[in-house]
Design a protein. Structure first.
Length: 383
C-alpha cells in the first residue's frame, strides 16, 4: 500500500446504487433477441468482465429494475458477496447486485477492479456484511469503504503489470485444461466404441464398497496419515493443500489407502466425484466409498478416466437419489457397468498418462510461482 496515495470514500467518488427486480420475473423474461440483457450472477466467469447474458427481459421490466451501462462496476451483495465485475454490455440488474459508477472518470477500470477484488477489500466487506446464514452488503456500507485514487498514469502502470501476470496465470490454467483434454482424447481413441465386455464394479473389486472414517478432523500432524475428504479432491483428481488428519488413531490402519484403492463421493453436490489413490500416507473419510480394485483386471488410471466420460456422469444423474441431498450408496455404485479393456492396453494408457502428468507438473509449478508473485503484488499495492 502506497501511503502517498490519496484515499477517499467510494461514495465520494462513485455513484453506488442497488439493483431491482420486476416481479414476478417470469412474466418479464423474453426470447426476443431485441430484449434487454438481464444480468445474473450465473452470467459471470473467471474474467473481470461480463460480456453476455443468458436471459433478456421486456422493456417494461426496466421501470422496476436498475439499468446499467458498459464501464459500470457490478458488486455482488449477497451469497458470494463483494465480488466485482466490469460491464462490457448494458442491461438491467436485480437486487442481488450493487452498481458502482465512476461518473468523473477518476479510475482506470482495471485498477479499481483489482482493488475491489483484493483480499484487503474483501475483508473490509466481510467485516461489514450483515445477515445470518447469508451475508449481505448494502449500498451505504460500500459507500463508506475507502479507495485509493492515485494518478491515472500510476493506476494504468499497476493494472498493466497485474494484467500481464493474470494473463500468464490464465494461460497456465488453460494449458492444464488442454493437457487434461489430451488425456481424455487418448482414452476415447483407445477404448471408446470398441465394445469391450462390461462388468459390474463389484466384480472388479475385492469385496463390496467400504464407507470411510467418521471421526472428526484435526490439525495436520505429519507423523499421521492425511485425511482425504470430498472437499480435498480437485476436479483433475489431485488433492488440494487443505491438510488435516483424523482425530482417531484407530482410523490410521482401518481406512489406510494403498495403490489400487478407488474412491467415489457418495453424497451432496459432489456425488459422483472420484479419486484414484496414487501415493502418500492417506486415509479416506466417511463421505467417500472405497473399492479395492483387482489389479489383474483393471487399474485405477483406466477407471478414473472412465469416470470422466459423459457416459459415467449420465449414469450418476440417473442413479442418485434424494432431492435436497442427492446420494449414491455402495450397493448402487457396485452395480456400475464398466467396459473392461485388455490389461496391456490399460497399462499402455497409464504410461501415457504418466508422461502427460510430467508436463502438468511443470505447468503447475509455473502457475503457482506466478500466482505467488501476483498475490504478493496485490498485497504490496492494496494490503
Amino acid at each position: 500500500m502506497d501511503k502517498s496515495w490519496n484515499y477517499r470514500k467510494i461514495g465520494d467518488v462513485c455513484t453506488v446504487e442497488r439493483g431491482g427486480s420486476p416481479r414476478p420475473i417470469d412474466k418479464f423474461i423474453t426470447d426476443d433477441e431485441n430484449g434487454i440483457n438481464w444480468i445474473k450472477i450465473g452470467d459471470t466467469t473467471d474474467s473481470m468482465y461480463i460480456t453476455k447474458t443468458e436471459q433478456k427481459i421486456i422493456p417494461e421490466g426496466m421501470k422496476k429494475s436498475r439499468y446499467v451501462k458498459p464501464g459500470d462496476f457490478l458488486l455482488s451483495n449477497s451469497m458470494s458477496f463483494g465480488r466485482p465485475y466490469i460491464l462490457q454490455i448494458d442491461g438491467c440488474i436485480h437486487d442481488g447486485w450493487l452498481v458502482l459508477r465512476d461518473d468523473d472518470d477518476l479510475f482506470d477500470k482495471r485498477f479499481l477492479y483489482y482493488y475491489l477484488s483484493s483480499k484487503t477489500t474483501y475483508e473490509k466487506f466481510k467485516s461489514m456484511a450483515v445477515g445470518g446464514v447469508v451475508n449481505n452488503l448494502n449500498s451505504e456500507m460500500v459507500r463508506n469503504v475507502e479507495v485509493p485514487v492515485p494518478s491515472k498514469d500510476d493506476q494504468s502502470e499497476i493494472a498493466d503489470l497485474l494484467d500481464k501476470l493474470k494473463g500468464v496465470i490464465d494461460n497456465r490454467k488453460n494449458e492444464l485444461e488442454l493437457l487434461d483434454e489430451f488425456i481424455k482424447a487418448r482414452f476415447v481413441e483407445m477404448f471408446v466404441s470398441k465394445n469391450y465386455p462390461r462388468e459390474e464394479l463389484d466384480s472388479l473389486s475385492f469385496g463390496k464398497g467400504e464407507y470411510g472414517a467418521q471421526s472428526a478432523s484435526m490439525e495436520y500432524d505429519p507423523s499421521r496419515p492425511r485425511y482425504v475428504r470430498i472437499t480435498d479432491i480437485n476436479d483433475d483428481g489431485s488433492l488440494n493443500e487443505d491438510y488435516v488428519c483424523s482425530s482417531n488413531t484407530d482410523d490410521d490402519e482401518t481406512y489406510k489407502l494403498t495403490y489400487g484403492d478407488f474412491c467415489f463421493a457418495r453424497m451432496g453436490a459432489t456425488v459422483g466425484k472420484t479419486y484414484a489413490y496414487k501415493s502418500g500416507n492417506q486415509i479416506f473419510a466417511g463421505y467417500l466409498i472405497r473399492y479395492r480394485l483387482r489389479l489383474d483386471r483393471i487399474i485405477p488410471e483406466y477407471l478414473y478416466e472412465f469416470t470422466r466420460l459423459n457416459e459415467y456422469w449420465n449414469w450418476v444423474l440417473l442413479n442418485q437419489s434424494g432431492a435436497a441431498q442427492p446420494g449414491i450408496n455402495a450397493k448402487k455404485y457396485g452395480s456400475l457397468m464398466i467396459p473392461v479393456a485388455p490389461l496391456d492396453e490399460q497399462k499402455e494408457f497409464s504410461e501415457f498418462v504418466k508422461q502427460v502428468d510430467k508436463s502438468k507438473v511443470a505447468v503447475q509449478k509455473s502457475l503457482e510461482e506466478t500466482q505467488t508473485l501476483f498475490n504478493s503484488l496485490m498485497q504490496e499495492y492494496f494490503g
